[in-house]
Design a protein around this ligand. Structure first.
Ligand SMILES: Nc1ncnc2c1ncn2[C@@H]1O[C@H](COP(=O)(O)OP(=O)(O)OP(=O)(O)O)[C@@H](O)[C@H]1O
Length: 267
């Protein structure tokens, strides 16, 4: 049965006289891929920024309900608690890896918090404590597992900044997964990718959904990605929600065709 993971109610964000997001409500279901689409300036990134604590919404309730029953009102949490406690992870439009670290090191840094906890936040923990060694082994194993899913094992020792662009995008996504999120928010993950890299991105996101059951919320302009992998699409235009449904429903919605997609792209 479907379970609501994120329920957005009446989200409104004003910047002075400009209403960037205007009374938007939608649900993202657990274990599903939900896309937020819309023309430039429609308010997509602002929705993400409200969800991840960069902006305090002017109005609205952002309820995250985890499978264990814990509930979080994201609009009341500071950004670090949205990541740490509510388990919402995010990537950005521009890639933010550590370019001089290797692929593996990027994935281990992402698990820094659990490693520090195992070391009891003290250098004593680093010298021979079984607890720490186990945590370190587990972190390497988790990194290896995600590198396999993202087809990055062979480049584990490459500096991240030397990877092809598509591989950097996939690394960023699996780095976010290393924090065990329940909701993964991806801001234009296909931006700048060639068709082959977009297909590899699709494969990775479908694998993460199938194997990890993580809920994915993505902003994307690339319709070859959106229409192929999304379970559910929310369309914004001038800050308002104009459509909400499956890829087929949204593609056939005259308001979407008029506002955004254009008949050519729909075909
Ligand atoms: N911090 C801010 N201060 C003032 N206006 C802002 C701010 N952030 C966003 N806006 C405005 O809010 C509107 C929505 O912007 P937003 O970036 O959310 O759109 P978007 O749908 O993500 O666009 P794009 O597809 O181009 O990234 C735009 O008019 C933008 O100029």
């Amino acid at each position: 049965m479907k379970r609501a993971l994120l329920t957005v109610e009446h989200l409104t964000m004003r910047f002075g006289g400009l209403t960037a997001v205007d009374d938007v409500s939608f649900t993202a279901w657990d274990g599903e891929i939900t896309a937020i689409i819309g023309p430039n300036g429609a308010g997509k990134t602002t929705v993400f920024n409200c969800l991840t604590g960069f902006y305090q919404p002017t109005v609205g309730r952002l309820l995250l309900e985890r499978a264990d029953g814990e509930r979080f009102l994201l609009e009341r949490l500071e950004a670090y608690r949205i990541g740490r406690d509510a388990k919402v992870a995010r990537t950005f439009q521009n890639i933010r890896l550590f370019p001089r670290m290797t692929v593996l090191e990027n994935l281990l840094v992402a698990q820094h918090t659990s490693l520090m906890r195992a070391s009891w936040y003290s250098v004593a923990g680093l010298f021979g404590l079984a607890n720490y060694r186990h945590a370190e082994d587990a972190a390497i194993e988790k990194a290896r597992h995600y590198m396999e899913l993202a087809n990055l094992v062979e480049v584990a020792d490459w500096q991240a900044g030397n990877l092809p662009y598509g591989a950097q995008r996939r690394l960023e996504i699996i780095r976010a997964m290393c924090s065990d999120p329940v909701l993964l928010c991806l801001d234009e993950p296909a931006a700048g990718l060639n068709p082959r890299e977009s297909a590899e991105l699709n494969d990775l996101l479908l694998l993460l959904r199938a194997e990890k059951g993580v809920g994915i919320l993505l902003i994307e302009h690339d319709m070859s990605v959106v229409m192929r992998i999304s379970d559910h699409i929310v369309v914004l235009d001038y800050g308002k929600k104009i459509s909400d449904g499956t890829a087929e429903q949204v593609q056939n919605d005259p308001r979407v065709i008029a506002a955004y997609l254009g008949e050519e792209e729909v075909a």
